[in-house]
Design a protein around this ligand. Sequence first.
Ligand SMILES: CC(C)(COP(=O)(O)OP(=O)(O)OC[C@H]1O[C@@H](n2cnc3c(N)ncnc32)[C@H](O)[C@@H]1OP(=O)(O)O)[C@@H](O)C(=O)NCCC(=O)NCCS
Length: 155
Amino acid sequence: MTERSSSLPPGLVLRRASAKDIWSIRKLVLSEKLDPTQVRWQQFWVIASEAHMVACGQLRNFTGAQELSSLVVVPAWRKRGLGTFLAKHLIQEATLPLYLECLGQELAMFYTHLGFVPVSWQDLPQSLKFKFGLTKVGKLLRIPVVIMQYQRLPR
Ligand SMILES: CC(C)(COP(=O)(O)OP(=O)(O)OC[C@H]1O[C@@H](n2cnc3c(N)ncnc32)[C@H](O)[C@@H]1OP(=O)(O)O)[C@@H](O)C(=O)NCCC(=O)NCCS
């Protein structure tokens, strides 16, 4: 992966979401067919200009664990480091063991570069086993769902 900038392009800021962001967040999440049922703006961070939201992502809280989810960058801004920037921020904000699930090995590589490693469903904290239970169904349906845990940032 190419070296990513440690700062945002001019005009964009990283900030906590506020109540007025909810429809922009829902739009981003739905545009990528991600789970729209657990979208609570209080858990989100966004990257935005004054006019538009260009990226969002959230940390969901479970007993003894957190989940990084709903990470989306609008297509026009992809491959410019924003996804990495926001994911790194969410990792820094996390205070408990951090997990995620993603679709496909290629996307898993994106998270591997951020310090995540694949884990098995059996090794998940109990609180996440139910949430990620659909993964087992996904495997049955041969959908390549990958569950990952944050370990460390690679050198
Ligand atoms: C995944 C996503 C957030 C990455 O955002 P981004 O701003 O493009 O990411 P960055 O610019 O920081 O990094 C891009 C790198 O990640 C990799 N990457 C990003 N998305 C990828 C995907 N869907 N599949 C495979 N590789 C991907 C690319 O290989 C790229 O590396 P390269 O430039 O060396 O080729 C963005 O592609 C997106 O919104 N995808 C749709 C929603 C989604 O799938 N979210 C993840 C839910 S688990």
